[in-house]
Design a protein around this ligand. Sequence first.
Ligand code: PLP
Length: 439
Amino acid sequence: MMINIGKKTQNIIKRDKKVMFTTTREHYPFVAERASGDYAYDIEGNRFIDFSSFISVYNFGGNGTAAVRKAVKDQVDKLMHAAFLDYYSELPVRFAENLLTMFPKGFGRVFLSNSGTEANEDAIKLAKLFTKKSYIVGFINAFHGRSLGALGITATKLVHREHYGPFPNVVHAIYPNYYRDQFNTSSPEEHALACIDHLEKVIMAKEYSPREIAAIFVEPIQGEGGYIVPPKIFMKELRRIATENNIVLVSDEVQAGYMRTGKFLAMDNFGVTADIYTMAKAIGGGLPLGATIASRSLGDTPAGSHAGTFGGNLASVAAANATLNHLKKNKRLIESMVKRKNRIMMKRLNELKENYEIVGDVRGLGMMLAIEIVKNKKSKDHGIKERDAIIEKCFYEGLLLLPAGTSAIRIIPPITINENVLEKGLNLLDDAIKKTSAK
Ligand SMILES: Cc1ncc(COP(=O)(O)O)c(C=O)c1O
């Protein structure tokens, strides 16, 4: 074992458990101290290869770029909070103008908040306001956040929802996952069309009238749900249904957006334009920021209808603007990096699938990839214990990984990761799967 966990870590975890409510930390005792480039460092001085990008936030390397940090420091010395939702300020406007250059020409207006959850909460409100309708269609296995509106559309795990309901005005449709095809179809496309049929011919024909549905919320790739990629036809059909019925199509880009799949908007992989996009995580370059970008054709909000104290916080927006400038300046390079590293990773991950009975599925787009761990390939029963064992083994060998879905492991290193470091991380993963398989 390379990693030694000592008293400092134990002490912090013990104090944490006394004063903090529990969150999702359970896989390994990582107490973060600093991050730089491809690596994360803990309080003991251990160095880890980061295959998590700190939950898809540091897309361009741990702790952001030097330019991002400088922009934040400079702004903090001038003004941190400008009460942007009551007073005017130039920096958030500049950022919104900059952000909109990444969307189709003339596309939209921006609402700034502090997280992915809030960005989705804002989208729910905008969709209701603009359509004057009330129901929201979400998908089984979706994750949109944990406030009551966003949680209502979330359906990844019972533990997220238990005791927090009822969640009014939400209906969950089936998201395609051909690996676990409940319709017994013969291709991913046929499977996706069966999901669409269920939405149109069951949900929208018997339970909820499209005349009452305000929005369809969809993740272009289901993130927390296990990195599930639907076929293009699925999104195209959702677009058709939304257009035909005056329903707002919302693309939750919180995890999949911001170049993670090789494109700024993950929805672009499907050749579909949504009506509202929500973004967070990487957009703030390490500081909290949520953005809801709505098509101009939907309209505007009446003054006072929606606001929040910290949306457009200047330190966050300074970080976001510097991160976006970095992205725009290096867009071609980032695109080619994602393509190249996708090939490297997919080759290795498919080898893992060939070599090990417990690697059931390999999936994802760009540098948003996952493997699903199963008991064996035939039964496809979820290998939850095995998945957790692999993640823990990797931690003690110096590789940070995060779970996703019931038994998947996400592989989301910074897009900028050095290829030798990437290979080293993949070797550690291979070794941990080998050792877990041998048991
Ligand atoms: C797709 C998606 N939407 C929304 C959220 C919620 O974002 P936040 O944790 O910033 O509130 C997440 C978080 O993982 C996410 O993956």
